[in-house]
Design a protein around this ligand. Sequence first.
Ligand code: PEP
Ligand code: MG
Length: 589
Amino acid sequence: MTKATESTETTLNGINASPGICIGKAYLVDPESVSVVKKYTIEPKLVKKEIRRFKTAVTSARKELKAIIAKIPEELRDQTYILEAHLLLHKDKMLYEKSIRLIDEERINAEWALKTSIGSVKERFDRIPDPYLKSRAADIEHVSERIMRQLTGATDVDLTVIDKRVILVAHNLSPAETSQIQVNRVMGFVTDRGGKASHTSIIARTLEIPAVLGLGNATTMIQNDDLIIVDGSEGIVIVNPDEKTLIRYEELNRRYESYKADILRISEAPAVSTDGRHFKIMGNIELPEEVVGVRDHGGDGIGLFRTEFLYLSRNNFPEETELFNQYREIVELMAPGPVTIRTLDINGDKEISSLPALQEANPALGLRAIRFCLKKPKIFKTQIRAILRAAAFGNVRLLLPMISGCEEIQQSKRIIEQAAASLEKDGLPHKADIEIGAMIEIPSAAIMADELAKIVDFLSIGTNDLVQYALAIDRGNRFVAYLYNPLHPAVIRMIAQTVDGAKKNGKKIFMCGEMAADPINIPFLMALGIDELSMSPQSIPEVKNLIRKIDSREAEKLLPGILSATSASEIQNLIIERYGDILKESLSD
Ligand code: PEP
Ligand code: MG
């Protein structure tokens, strides 16, 4: 009788940071730990010397980072801004100046001073509700680790020495380390730390290698040379898989790779439904560097440029020329495709350092976005002048965020007219008659959509906020995240009402919230006849492919059922019943 060998297969669950599957040997990245730091006091006469030691460590850390930037491989050129931002962070007030002050005032060693100032910066980040900004705390950690290595003499992780095809297993990978990854050697990576919106996962997606982050215990559960399966789409890592699992994942991988190659190959082609309707699929961007990604994934234009990111992490407001140059670069890169520039959407969850914090009890309901801009017409006008000037170089639309009623649009239009008149007077080239749109992200705007549509050229539905405000669910609060569902019947009816309001007035209707990227929602959005769907660039090929398989007139037959449903699950079932087979072929299933 043969004795069955006991399976040692273990499944670990983490965050699905970058989609895809890879199967291979684990390579443990084992940096010398810099986390154990001792505190000691410095004699008064040696304090100056300790400050010098800290400054030298920062200078060396910056030098090291500059050398890494200079060696960045071609395919990651558009991601160097992450590391450039790290360079700036080295001299950040809360990190650099505070550490020096602590050494000076408390006479403590440089390592402890750095650790203390990082602790308070991280605490502030933890209090930010927005998950994207919260995950920026990782950048601070990477910067401090680099300085700490200089102080303690620990060496950096060198990924360029890897000489076989492996999957990296690390406690944490900094963007600088991730940027050293050579895709012909590293199939994918998994880490104990990290979040979905961290720059490490952004780089993994750019490199298009599977990654699972935030596993918590990967470096203790996985040994060097263990066979592992990384499923970056599901956020699963399987250690020492048995044969049956291995065969299943090899088949899944083959199907995934051929599907991805197929949809990318045809991503340039338009998204035309089987009944001949052309839906424009656009990209959402935060930074000029991301335009290339939109183009490479077959995007027809930029449906949402979140301009506030140029205002964050600095202690002054950008000048008109700086904004104009950045907008012009994006507009020229995307031409002849349209670029929808959304005016400043700050405060709420995106506080800027150039202004004292507003201390609002409910920032999401506070002086945010258009409300802030109308209170600060000078800041608003500077941005509008830059937008109108950039419009002379391509196809530009202006989008107003957080509109709650007609007056805000009328007031904004007056400021736009004044900006155009001042440019005329200054003799600066510009285009005054650009399309102006309103974002529909507040229930009052959805209800008034037909009236708003009369005074703008287009409406764009921002479901990320519309769901938050319609269902009273803080979009950054994990305790109520289970209630956050764009297929809630109330949200569905508001969307339908908004589309109706736009169409009745012969105006275009777009969607730029995350809802537009999720395959399950596509049949409904097509049935409504939304002209443009805008999303993060990586989702474009999949959505385009799905649209090409659906008959939008046929999908319209689902509308009465969807619009009279009383729960999100009822709506979901209606869609799956009819389109389940088509949706199953998509990447996310
Ligand atoms: C939205 O609210 O849906 C949106 C697109 O804007 P943001 O995510 O920037 O708030
Ligand atoms: Mg919004």
